[in-house]
Design a protein around this ligand. Structure first.
Ligand code: SF4
Length: 173
């Protein structure tokens, strides 16, 4: 499926966690995703991630905000996100900060977040304070700018595209 040149309709422009994760990884990936191009739905890596996600924590509760689905929130409120990745990435932290922002806008007194990496038995704490809020707001604004652009951002250097589910689209013939 080819992504259309038009930006998404207004009711589809809410920025969710996946948008933020993709923005941090590659603005072009966000631009394509926002136009409905979703090769990751066919990706084995994504399927694997969903299995890890479904089996790691059995008593968690999803929090569905519409534009974003938080893995679970514990008393406090602390936001938890599980990743099947074997390496922490800035996009994961940015995604959780965005969830903090969304929850706070709904009147929740957010305490922070944790990214869980069950495959490497690690966690990364995500601070939520004034600096983190400013960063989350800036990141959200950047995502909105990328989504609204009429043309796709340039590709990354090919060496940085390894493992990206959009590889065929960006680099195929
Ligand atoms: S293949 Fe490279 S340029 Fe294309 S979306 Fe992925 S990271 Fe970005």
């Amino acid at each position: 499926m080819s992504p259309g040149p038009e930006p998404p309709a207004e009711d589809q422009t809410a920025v969710g966690g996946v948008h933020i994760k993709y923005l941090v990884h590659c603005p072009r990936q966000l631009w394509l995703y926002a136009r409905g191009y979703r090769p990751e739905q066919r990706s084995d890596l994504v399927a694997f991630g969903e299995v890890v996600d479904d089996t790691t924590f059995t008593r968690r509760r999803d929090v569905d905000l519409g534009e974003a689905k938080i893995d679970w929130v514990t008393t406090g409120a602390v936001i938890h996100e599980t990743k099947s990745s074997r390496a922490p990435a800035p996009g994961h932290t940015a995604q959780v900060r965005h969830y903090c922002l969304l929850l706070e806008r709904r009147g929740v007194n957010v305490r922070g977040g944790v990214v869980h990496y069950p495959l490497i038995r690690r966690t990364t704490d995500v601070v939520w304070d004034d600096g983190a809020r400013t960063e989350a707001e800036d990141t959200e604004a950047k995502a909105q700018t990328v989504i609204a652009a009429s043309t796709a951002p340039d590709r990354l250097l090919r060496s940085k595209c390894r493992g990206c589910s959009y590889l065929d689209y960006c680099w195929g013939d």
